[in-house]
Design a protein around this ligand. Structure first.
Ligand code: C2E
Ligand code: MG
Ligand code: MG
Length: 317
């Protein structure tokens, strides 16, 4: 129709006889290699190798396990405190999903979240996460713990689902957690896909009174001009920037630059993955608002959070 179309090409290659001695196996393995080429960014070719087969096998095992995980009560939320740099008190909690399966034990989120996203199983799982975190947040509030916001990670698949706003509204209504105590974390890299639609949803969440944090900031490629129009409250600086902040002048300058910029835009900063006193001291001197990391606490089950907060005298009475 006189319109210009751009296409790219992804190729998977398998070789006879190493990758198969009949055409159906060769094609199957070439197909696996093609999906790998797509995963690696498309517009490229990949040769099949045995690791790809193992990866596919692992993925399909995870997928099978995930399908029953909710009804088998295999999920649990761990919580990691976020510490206010000035008062050194807990100012927030991040809820982090844990999955323990009978066959393969603890599976780390980096392995199962992508599979849950691909299969859309993240929708029911994510709904459970939001509900459970809201209920937990309200329970702590009722028990007199003053722990700040409850931050929940939300996948882009959830954010873009038409039902997402209702899911959040229902979780808030049923738990009676005040919306200003809920924070939604969205990873920077994925937010930038379909950015206009996502911004609209984020605006609606903000209108409910909910906070929004941009997670893993610095790892994606959001342009600075987007930062101006994204309806967010917090920037979470990715751990990779914090890792050598106490060792490397350039990294320190980058983090300082991000913090200054964020403050000029009325955004708060949460530094992720703080493991050492030196890192904390530097961030504190840069007027970073909150830090999160093993230096203060690893993610732990809800009961242990109560012990920790009792220790830190967070209880009002
Ligand atoms: P994230 O949201 O950036 O969470 C921070 C990750 O860094 C967590 O890994 C946490 O355990 C880890 N971490 C925190 N402090 C330190 C530290 O000082 N040192 C080191 N080495 N690591 C630290 P985790 O729990 O394995 O989660 C990985 C990712 O999985 C999360 O990254 C998040 O993107 C995703 N995820 C976790 N729970 C959920 C969930 O309920 N829903 C969705 N959609 N994604 C989730
Ligand atoms: Mg997060
Ligand atoms: Mg992060």
């Amino acid at each position: 129709d006189g319109k210009q179309t751009f296409t790219s090409l992804s190729i998977g290659v398998s070789l006879y006889p190493d990758d198969g001695i009949d055409s159906s196996l060769l094609l199957k393995n070439a197909d696996t290699a093609m999906y790998k080429a797509k995963d690696l960014g498309k517009n490229r070719y990949e040769f099949f190798n045995k690791n790809m087969f193992n990866e596919v096998l692992k993925k399909s095992k995870i997928e099978k396990g995930l399908r029953n995980a909710l009804e088998n009560n295999e999920f649990q939320l761990y919580y990691q405190p976020q510490i206010d740099c000035k008062t050194k008190k807990i100012q927030g909690m991040e809820a982090l999903l844990r999955w323990k399966n009978n066959d393969f034990g603890f599976v780390c989120p980096a392995d199962f979240i992508p599979v849950a996203e691909e299969t859309s199983l993240i929708l029911p799982i994510g709904e459970w996460v939001v509900k459970t975190a809201c209920i937990q947040g309200k329970e702590w509030l009722d028990k007199g713990y003053n722990l700040g916001v409850m931050a929940v990670n939300v996948s882009i698949v959830q954010l873009q689902h038409t039902d997402f706003l209702n899911t959040v509204k229902t979780a808030l209504k049923e738990s009676k957690l005040p919306p200003e105590l809920l924070e939604i974390e969205i990873t920077e890299s994925v937010l930038m896909e379909c950015v206009d639609y996502n911004i609209e949803t984020l605006h609606k969440l903000r209108q409910l009174g909910i906070n929004i944090a941009l997670d893993d900031f610095g790892t994606g490629y959001s342009s600075l001009s987007y930062l101006r129009i994204l309806p967010i409250n917090n920037l979470k600086i990715d751990k990779s920037f914090i890792d050598s902040i106490h060792l490397n002048y350039t990294n320190r300058s980058v983090v300082y630059g991000i913090i200054e910029l964020a403050h000029k835009m009325n955004l708060n900063i949460v530094a992720e993955g703080v493991e050492w006193q030196d890192q904390f001291d530097i961030l504190q001197s840069m007027n970073c608002e909150r830090v999160q990391g093993y230096f203060f606490s690893k993610p732990i089950p809800a009961d242990n959070i109560e012990d920790l907060t009792n220790l830190m005298t967070h209880k009002n009475n």
